[in-house]
Write a protein that binds this ligand. Sequence first.
Ligand code: AMP
Ligand code: MG
Length: 414
Amino acid sequence: MNCEIIAVGSELLTPYRQDTNSLFLTDRLLQLGVNVTFKTIVGDRLANLANAIRIALGRTDIVITMGGLGPTEDDLTRQAVAEALGIRLRRNPDIVGALYARFAARRIQMTDNNARQADVLDGSVILENGRGTAPGQWLDTVYGEHRKLVILLPGPPTEVKAMFDEQCMDRLRAVVPKRTIAMRTLKAAMIGESQADARIAPIYTKYKDVDTTILAHTGDITLNLICSKGDQETAQARVDELAGKIEEELEEFIYSAQAESLEQIVLYYLGMHASTLAVAESCTGGLVSQRLTSISGSSRSFVGGAVVYSDELKTLFAGVPPSVIEANGAVSKEVAGALAEGIRRKTSATFGLGVTGIAGPGGGSEEKPVGLVYVAVSDGKQTDVVERRFGGDREHIRAWTSQLALDLVRRRLK
Ligand code: AMP
Ligand code: MG
C-alpha cells in the first residue's frame, strides 16, 4: 500500500518553519511496510488544501494530513477533507463537552471557535488528543470506487507522535498487508558519486525488489538498500546478497557495511591494532581532530595533536625542520610527511597523521593551485603520503581533505 503525507500550514512554506512531522511519520510507515510515495506541503487556503487532498486520494491508498485542526480561522483541514470527499461534518456533542470541561478545569472561559474542533467527518473514528485540544480523525472510506484511509492528525510534533503511536499504528497494522522490511547501509569513502554509480548501477538495477539510494557528501557515500517482503528472512537475504555484490565491486572504497561513520571505523581499527593516533593539521585547522573526538570513547585511541597553521608552529609543535619547509614550501609532500613523523615522535603515538594544503580562495599559484593538498601517515618506519587536488570552495576543500586524511589512516590499518 502507498501513502501520501500532507503537511498543512502556511508557516511551513516560509524559511522559518520546517515540516519535521513527516520525518517521524515516514519512519513509522516504513516499519509497517507502507510506501510513502508523495509528501506535499500546502498553505492554509481552503481551495488549495481541498485540491491537494483530491490529488492525494487519486494517487495513493492512505492519505495522512497533519496540522490545521486547531480552533482558528486558518485551521481548515476538516473542512477541506469534507469537501474533497463530499462528506458532511457534524459537530460532536461529546467532544464539545470534553472541550468545555478541559477549559473549565483550567478556569478559562472557552471561546466559541473552539467548538470547531468538535466537527467530525461522517463515519470517522475520533482519535483522542491527550496532549492538546484538537482531536484527530481516522476515516476508512471509498473514493472513486477505491478504498481509502484518510487520517487527520494535529500539527504540534508531540501530539502527532503520541496520537500516531498510540492510536494509529495498531489500526494500520490491521489494514496494511503484512510486510517486513530489511535494510542495509553501506558506506564508501573517496570515490565520486557518479563513478560509484557507474560501477554499481549494472548490479543494483537487476534487484528490482530492492530499493537502492545513493547519498553523496564530500567524499563520503552512503548506499541505502531497502527491501520489503512478506517475511523477514527473504527480505534480509535479498538485501544481504546485493550488499555483498556491491562490496565486491567497490572493494577497498567500502569502509563500512553497517552504517558506521569513517571516524568510527578509524577508531575501531586503531583499537583493534592496539594503536594510537596523533594529528598535526594545517589546512583542516582541527577538523580531523574534531571528527575523531565527536565519537565517544575516542580517547582510547586518539591522543590529540596540534593545529599548526604557521611555519613556526609546524616546527615548534610538530618538529618539522625549517630547512624542509624552506626547500619545499609548507604545502608539499615533504612537509606532510614531516608533520606526520614529527607529531608521532612528540606524542609517542603509534601513528602520526599530517595534513597540509591550500584551502583558498587566495594563496594559490600556478605550480600550487588552490585545492592542492597532501596528507601523510607515519608509524616511524614507513611514511605514506598522498597528493590530491580538490575543487570547490574553502569549506568543500577542507571537508574533502579531512575525509582523505581519515581514509588514509583506515587504508593503512585495514
Ligand atoms: P496547527 O495544528 O496547524 O495549528 O499547528 C500547530 C503547531 O504545529 C504550529 O506551531 C506548527 O508550526 C506546528 N506544525 C504543524 N505542522 C507541522 C509539521 N509538519 N512539522 C512540524 N511542525 C508542525
Ligand atoms: Mg496551522
